[in-house]
Design a protein around this ligand. Structure first.
Ligand SMILES: Nc1ncnc2c1ncn2[C@@H]1O[C@H](COP(=O)(O)OP(=O)(O)O)[C@@H](O)[C@H]1O
Ligand SMILES: [Mg+2]
Length: 269
């Protein structure tokens, strides 16, 4: 089964969807088989990836038994990346979804789709409610995105408490992959000051070294419904997300290395 990573945060508008899409895409360019899952009833990933123009079907239909798995998983132009969304949902569906999230069915359903993938990246809705909690309950790792605004700084403690309580009560394997600073405007003195405050609030190694700069290119790529690297000359602009993909991989390798014992290292064959 693939490694499941949720991109999550307490606050909205802090780059979760853009991160899930671009990180997933960069990982697929590096050779991993990636599934992107839109776990947000607002369907931002479905829209940002153009999937909403391809189909009305999604996880909600699987929950209601009105579609089969093969009818909701869509391979993108980038053959090693697929996308699934909740589908075109009605307000009443959200109540059903919240119930199914609380009783664990929604999470199990997502897990049942992940078999053939190296990485499953979930775009979580904002907040600490039942849907984000259910997504964290089935994830191996979580990337918390944050921008350098005062309100974001204040949301960190509550969200970390949510991660800890889910780890303690439901999902011992859940690991904080890292905190990712997004939309950083290095020309803003205010953002630099808040960045310092954010960095002081947590141990240094919790943060990814990579920071995602503010760039209108991201908004433009959203308009075209593609990851940035698929835009003309986009590979250069997507560099921070390629670096994030490498850093994530590097962090995984470091953990694996610590688990190797001396007997395991005698001879390459
Ligand atoms: N690095 C960035 N620079 C500029 N705009 C960005 C950047 N990342 C995201 N955005 C834009 O900010 C808005 C919110 O981002 P989004 O990923 O949807 O946040 P969330 O999923 O946390 O609500 C979107 O319009 C998106 O295009
Ligand atoms: Mg979003």
């Amino acid at each position: 089964m693939g490694k499941i990573i949720a991109v999550a945060s307490q606050k909205g508008g802090v780059g979760k969807t853009i991160t899930a899409l671009n990180l997933g895409h960069c990982m697929s360019r590096f050779g991993s088989k990636v599934m992107l899952i839109d776990g947000d009833p607002q369907g931002a990933m479905g829209i940002t990836s153009n999937l909403s123009k391809q189909t009305e079907l999604g996880l909600m239909n699987l929950l209601k038994n009105t579609a089969k798995p093969e009818e909701i998983v869509f391979t993108t132009k980038e053959k090693s990346m697929s996308v699934v969304w909740l589908g075109s949902i009605q307000p009443a569906d959200v109540l059903l979804l919240e119930d199914e999230a609380r009783n664990g069915t929604f999470g199990m359903l997502i897990q049942s789709l992940t078999e053939d993938y190296d990485y499953v990246i979930i775009d979580s809705p904002s907040g600490v409610g039942g849907i984000p909690a259910s997504l964290l309950s089935i994830s191996d790792g979580v990337i918390m995105t944050i921008n350098c605004r005062a309100i974001s700084l204040k949301t960190i403690p509550l969200f970390l408490k949510l991660i800890k309580s889910i780890k303690d009560q439901h999902n011992p394997k859940l690991t904080l992959e890292g905190v990712l600073i997004t939309m950083f405007d290095s020309r803003s003195a205010m953002e630099k000051q808040i960045l310092e405050e954010i960095k002081k609030s947590l141990p240094g190694d919790v943060f990814f070294k990579t920071m995602i700069p503010y760039s209108e290119y991201y908004e433009k790529a959203s308009l075209y419904s593609v990851p940035i690297a698929m835009m003309p000359k986009g590979v250069q602009a997507a560099r921070p997300y390629f670096e994030l993909a490498l850093e994530l991989k590097e962090r995984e390798l470091m953990v694996e290395k610590e688990e190797v014992s001396d007997e395991d290292i005698v001879g390459l064959f």
